[in-house]
Design a protein around this ligand. Structure first.
Ligand code: IPE
Ligand code: IPE
Ligand code: MG
Length: 233
């Protein structure tokens, strides 16, 4: 049985769910936020050590202004409502991405919550905001260069990984799930997913349940993770 330590989810399909139910896209995001709540609680219960959720990509800044604002408001609402749950359940809230770009009204709550929960050690909840996997790798390259004093021989994978935003909060992804029926990574944890097991779920994110997650985890636990090796020799 494979051990699932770091689970990453591309929560896609809010807009299509809204369309299907003749609602504005923002209502899809609202319903999506309630699923986030359910899934975070469930992951905490089943002992996942790190959960990384793709909430807003660098590319998503290009969406209509109203939709972007609604997403930022929802995020604030989520943090406000879930603060106590995170404190009580020993969850470390860790936002990752180009956070400087986020609106000021959000940043304070975001950083305060990160600080307040930073001693919590049972589960890391990484929320990817204004996130781009390529950008994260570029940032890590810049940091690495500043640390090596021009001696390239110091650079190896372990050293480089320490400069990624997921370092100490999950690192390598074991299982990457994308809801919404598309088969792509959309610039999510590019380095960290090098050997992740991938699962593409047809259901749209607002329809996703903890039972769905359990069956995906069951599937994951039975997979033969070979990591390039030959088994049973
Ligand atoms: C995912 O749902 C949420 C974000 C990207 C913020 P979408 O809004 O992308 O939903 P679809 O893909 O249009 O259905
Ligand atoms: C990926 O979904 C980003 C998030 C879930 C936050 P998108 O809907 O933005 O991705 P594409 O456009 O299908 O690649
Ligand atoms: Mg989408």
């Amino acid at each position: 049985m494979n051990k699932l330590k770091h689970l990453a989810i591309i929560m896609d399909g809010n807009g299509r769910w809204a369309q299907k139910n003749s609602l504005p896209r923002t209502e899809g995001h609202r319903k999506g936020a309630s699923v986030v709540r359910e899934i975070v609680t469930h992951c905490r219960e089943i002992g996942i050590e790190a959960l990384t959720l793709y909430a807003f990509s660098e590319e998503n800044w290009g969406r209509p202004k109203d939709e972007v604002s609604a997403l930022m408001e929802l995020l604030l609402e989520f943090m406000t409502k879930e603060r106590i749950t995170m404190l009580e359940n020993n969850i470390h809230f860790n936002p990752i991405g180009t956070l400087e770009k986020l609106p000021d009204f959000l940043k304070k709550t975001l950083f305060d919550l990160e600080k307040e929960t930073s001693v919590n050690a049972i589960m890391d909840l990484n929320i990817a905001l204004s996130y781009s996997g390529r950008q994260d790798i570029l940032n890590a390259i810049k940091k690495t260069i500043s640390q090596i004093n021009f001696d390239m021989s110091f650079i190896d994978e372990a050293m480089f990984s320490k400069n990624l935003s997921t370092h100490s909060c999950g690192g390598d992804v074991d299982l990457l799930i994308r809801t919404g029926g598309d088969f792509r990574i959309s610039n999510f944890l590019l380095w960290e997913s090098a050997y992740a097991e991938l699962f593409f779920e047809k259901k749209l994110w607002p329809e996703f349940t903890s039972d769905d997650l359990d069956s995906i985890i069951q599937n994951f636990s039975q997979r033969d993770r070979r990591f390039g090796l030959v088994k049973n020799l």
